[in-house]
Write a protein that binds this ligand. Structure first.
Ligand SMILES: *[C@@H]1O[C@H](CO)[C@@H](O)[C@H](O)[C@H]1NC(C)=O
Ligand SMILES: *[C@@H]1O[C@H](CO)[C@@H](O)[C@H](O)[C@H]1NC(C)=O
Ligand SMILES: *[C@@H]1O[C@H](CO)[C@@H](O)[C@H](O)[C@H]1NC(C)=O
Ligand SMILES: *[C@@H]1O[C@H](CO)[C@@H](O)[C@H](O)[C@H]1NC(C)=O
Ligand SMILES: *[C@@H]1O[C@H](CO)[C@@H](O)[C@H](O)[C@H]1NC(C)=O
Ligand SMILES: *[C@@H]1O[C@H](CO)[C@@H](O)[C@H](O)[C@H]1NC(C)=O
Ligand SMILES: *[C@@H]1O[C@H](CO)[C@@H](O)[C@H](O)[C@H]1NC(C)=O
Length: 358
């Protein structure tokens, strides 16, 4: 018991001494302890370790080492074979005359800092310090939510990331046509246009890894229908008027004949809406169907219209078809026939005197 008590006391003494030497006592001040005038302090290279990995702390020993310890800042992790740390991640790997090595598993940010190996030899204490630097892969922790805005709004996107070393952030629009980028956690888009709707990507990058997240921006704008075209259809045929719109959100369509609204399935007309296109179909055009039609596309931001004139086309009937090109051909052969006749006649007139001589 006495030995043990003495051991502990002397250990505490060594530790306190080491710390006075390391941090508290300015260099050069005399230390009143059995004539030793100096302490060997050595700084090892920093150890860089990624979060979650294990790290080994190795300290060279010597023949005449009497006591040895590994410390995390001012608290002892191991004093010789005795574990002082309550942290289950800390364990002894090797303790012999050459080395004193401990292991810290699953390293985290809080483990970053100076670790000291304090060695007491018969002559003088010796300390070696090593700095553990913990690297953490970037994680985007705060990102703007998906947005729906009206065209012309001022938009600011935000992306914040954690990590060590501090990650750098960039924004870009995932669209080949627009070259919009920012090298910052904020992306300002003043007076947003419809071309800048789309998927925006935030990239957080540091020496060890990359994290990528995306934000969707929807830009609403009022409909604009493409110019109406006049359409000619033959009586009794099928006729189609097509109204094409560009709108976000999707537009609703209305069709009018002059001022009268047209409804699907009535009067031999069908209305079919498919996304950005509405078709008004006449199943069997009658005389009364010819006239002026208007398509109106409406969403919550406005409306747009286009007018179409449906006019009659007189299709060549089957008889005119036969008479058409055929008649021309007849005419040709007829005229040729006349030619031949004239020629024969001329020949006769020229030859007649000769014929009459016989
Ligand atoms: C170790 O890291 C500390 C803290 O980052 C730094 O101040 C010191 O210069 C580094 N030492 C070496 C030897 O790299
Ligand atoms: C080292 O000390 C820091 C600060 O007290 C603590 O948060 C960390 O868990 C310690 N690490 C080890 C491996 O003892
Ligand atoms: C995210 O950023 C917003 C705006 O700066 C802030 O109010 C919020 O507290 C942040 N959230 C987190 C988890 O950091
Ligand atoms: C957008 O920002 C500009 C300049 O900062 C400002 O003049 C304008 O009023 C803003 N527009 C909206 C819709 O807030
Ligand atoms: C179209 O309507 C006319 C007159 O009502 C009718 O004679 C004709 O058979 C119809 N055509 C078709 C393909 O339904
Ligand atoms: C068709 O109707 C629209 C709307 O009523 C009108 O603006 C347009 O001039 C008309 N077109 C013709 C050719 O009458
Ligand atoms: C069609 O659009 C014009 C402007 O482009 C507008 O003046 C007119 O009132 C619209 N007509 C209808 C029926 O909405």
């Amino acid at each position: 018991m006495g030995i043990c008590g003495y051991f502990t006391v002397s250990w505490k003494c060594l530790v306190v001494l080491s710390f006075r030497l390391l941090f508290l006592v300015p260099a050069g001040l005399p230390v009143h302890s059995q004539g030793e005038s100096q302490t060997d302090s050595k700084v090892m290279d920093n150890i860089t370790v990624r979060q979650g990995e294990n790290v080994f702390l190795r300290c060279a020993q010597g023949d005449i080492v009497t006591h040895t310890a590994w410390l995390n800042r001012s608290s002892i992790l191991y004093a010789g074979e005795d574990k002082w740390s309550v942290d289950p991640r800390v364990s002894l790997v090797t303790l012999n005359q050459e080395e004193f090595t401990i292991k810290i598993e699953d390293v985290d940010m809080t483990d970053e800092g100076p670790y000291i190996c304090a060695v007491q030899t018969s002559s003088r204490p010796r300390t070696t310090s090593v700095h553990i630097l913990v690297q953490v892969p970037p994680t985007i922790i705060n990102l703007s939510k998906d947005l729906v805005v009206n065209e012309g709004s001022n938009v600011t996107l935000m992306c914040q990331a954690s990590g060590k070393p501090e990650p750098s952030l960039t924004w870009k629009l995932l669209s080949p046509s627009v070259d919009l980028v920012s090298e910052d956690e904020y992306l300002d888009i003043p007076s947003i246009s419809r071309q800048r709707a789309g998927t925006y990507e935030c990239t957080a990058i540091n020496d060890i890894a990359t994290d990528v997240q995306t934000v969707e921006i929807t830009v609403n704008y009022a409909p604009s229908v493409s110019e109406g075209r006049d359409v000619g259809v033959t009586l009794g045929q099928r006729g189609v008027l097509e109204c094409e719109v560009d709108a976000v959100p999707k537009a609703d369509f209305e069709w009018y004949r002059d001022d009268r609204r047209i409804f699907n399935g009535l009067d031999g007309m069908e209305i079919e809406d498919a996304g950005q296109l509405s078709k008004l179909t006449f199943l069997n055009i009658s005389e009364a169907d010819y006239g002026n039609y208007t398509c109106i596309a409406i969403n919550k931001l406005g409306s747009s219209n286009a007018s179409f004139v449906l006019y009659e086309v007189i299709e060549p009937t089957s008889s005119t078809l036969v008479q058409g090109p055929g008649a021309v051909q007849d005419g040709n052969s007829g005229s040729m026939g006349t030619h031949v006749h004239t020629y024969t006649c001329l020949l006769l007139v020229i030859l007649l005197p000769f014929l009459l001589k016989f």
